[in-house]
Design a protein around this ligand. Sequence first.
Ligand code: BGC
Length: 757
Amino acid sequence: MKSGLSSTTVVSLIAFLSSWTAASQAQPTSAPPWMNTSLTPGVRAEMLQSKMTREEEVRLVHGYVGLDSPWLPRGYTPAIRAALPSSAGYVPGVARLGIPALLETDASLGVANGGHMRPGDQATALPSSLLTAASWNSDLAYDGGAMIGQEARDKGFNVLLAGGIDLTRDPRGGRTFEYSGEDPLLAGTMVGAAIRGIQDQHIISTIKHFAMNDQETGRGLMSANIDNASMRESDLLAFEIAIERGDPGSVMCAYNRVNDTYSCENDYLLNKVLKQDWGYKGFVMSDWGAVHSTVDAANNGLDQESAYNLDREDYFGDPLRMAILDGSVSGDRLDDMARRILHAMFANGLFDDPPVKRPIDTEADLQVAQRVADEGIVLLKNSDGLLPLSAHSRSIAVIGGRADVGVYSGGGSSQVIPIGNNPSQEILIGGAVREIAGRPVQIPRDTIVLDPPAPLAMIRAAARGTQVRFSDGNDIAGAVKLARSSQIAVVFARQWMHEGRDVPNLSLYGNQDALIAAVAAANPRTVVVLETGGPVLMPWLGKVGAVLEAWYPGNRGANAIADILFGKVNPSGRLPITFPQSESQLPRPVIPGTDGTPLLVAEGSRITPYDVDYTEGANIGYKWFEAKSLTPLFPFGFGLSYTSFNLSGLSATGGATVTASFDVRNSGKREGMQTAQVYVTPPGGVARLVGWSKVDLKPDETQHVTVTADPRLLATFDTVANVWRVAEGDYAVALGSSSADISATATVHITASTIKP
Ligand code: BGC
């Protein structure tokens, strides 16, 4: 339906809505009954919604893009302009009933002020979500969520557009850093904890992007095609677990189509799975520019059109009024939309404890960012105990990666302008790199933000008296000379990822592979520190002494890197994602929609809709590698420590589900954390992670651990009966320090059962 309504229609529409609304205009005199905090959110939402006029309901389901959005806002009245904060999105409240406006900001990595920045606006940059997932520590994910939730509150927001959880089906996906890897249990657990942390600060968190937004190329056009059973067992299971654990107030539907139907008008996803099967009580908001209809979207489950100005047309403004008027969307459905939004607002304290602006607690927040980085950085290689470095090394060469400035961060709507905003930034356009002098002003689209402090400065501080010299790495011969005349060479290498475009391949861009190979040839005591959105290829791996995967480590990332390099922190991160040996090992060697063009691919670069067939089904990441008998570069779950561990004494029981007990022992010489992982292989299937335990052990200390599998992780989804079905049979149980390093196995007999979703 078009928004261009005839003037006669508009007049009759206004008259109709006014008559409909006249009855309930009285102002409440004392505290209205829905402000009684002893009532449930459901009861309160129902009471308040019953007092709303149709017109007020329509306004509540119709959002605006934030005023300082990088996209040109259109359609603002002066009143809206005055009310709009610097934010991603805004939904006016209803003053007559005391309903607060929704003030929405991105995202999962901090209060994102990248596109919406006002001079001086800074926030604590958490490490990337993939790094947080690599900690395998849900308490830390909670703390990170609580930190950014509190900062969002302190800045006056009451909705955080967080909770990115689409599983990584393609590590070239431009938002790999914003998501939590390839496993539904790990991602669901970590994202659920982060959402809880955010919402415990009395603001709403979203979970996004529902569903299957697994590549950025053509994200507004492509259809993610997959059979429903596989989707339930993979991407949707991650959402299901995170929603159970985090209970987000809102679910953001995605840009892409799923099985030919746009996510934001997808009856199967929104009505059948989310609202019916999972009994979800909150509201579905659209991604920015992801709505394509009025009647289909409203009837198929969308509850709020976000940032309507970015949609091709205004769908939930006048067209929705018209649809209510002509009955194509029922009044009951509009009531339901409003009730769901109010439910999320009551459940998360938006009425009872609204945000109050105040300065953020920078020091405390930076410490949270560092604790996350400390546990999420992964040691991938450490030949002959090269690491940790001694503070008394003779000399250290630090090379490349802008280590003199800061650490890399990912681009797009999640971009945070960090505390201590850097004086220098880097612009990467089509693979070329050039410098600009940065200022806290509107950030151009392709600017890479480097989070301070500089690793070079942190290494200098940790190395005390040691001579530390720097080469920017642009001149390979100069870097080689420096490495040759130093005892140790630390090369910083980076990959930049950005929402809205996938990286063309998994290689480090520019001269970085050549630089690392040349430095390692000159000095075998070469340590590579990777700052990447996700997995990268390492053609030089056999030649270097050590590799540290630091991801995008955030506002205290440089401190964490230095602490790990010098052994103040014992690395304990484990890969939440498989590192392939080459793109040819991926289910789709070429990103669908790019035709193999080795360029950064902006969204919408294809003008015709197209299909991406996820024929690997639920076999994502390590499951795909097992199914195809492929050996990765580094397996899911992998990571080294400065100490060593034994996993022993596995005893497993079956019945309705698998319970595994075992001992984890620190067999090395220093304290450290081990993440013991339990995988179960159903008859005829591939191994699935069913649980883990991260334990902190002193030398010689042993801890006994018990892990019980959620039976859905043993099951297949029966789409006809709409139940999870656990098949009777013998299931293999494996205990390991990664999906590929298995210390002990057992077999248990599982009885048949069904589980209602
Ligand atoms: C992104 C969302 C984000 C929204 C608002 C969209 O482009 O996909 O994740 O929350 O913008 O900034």
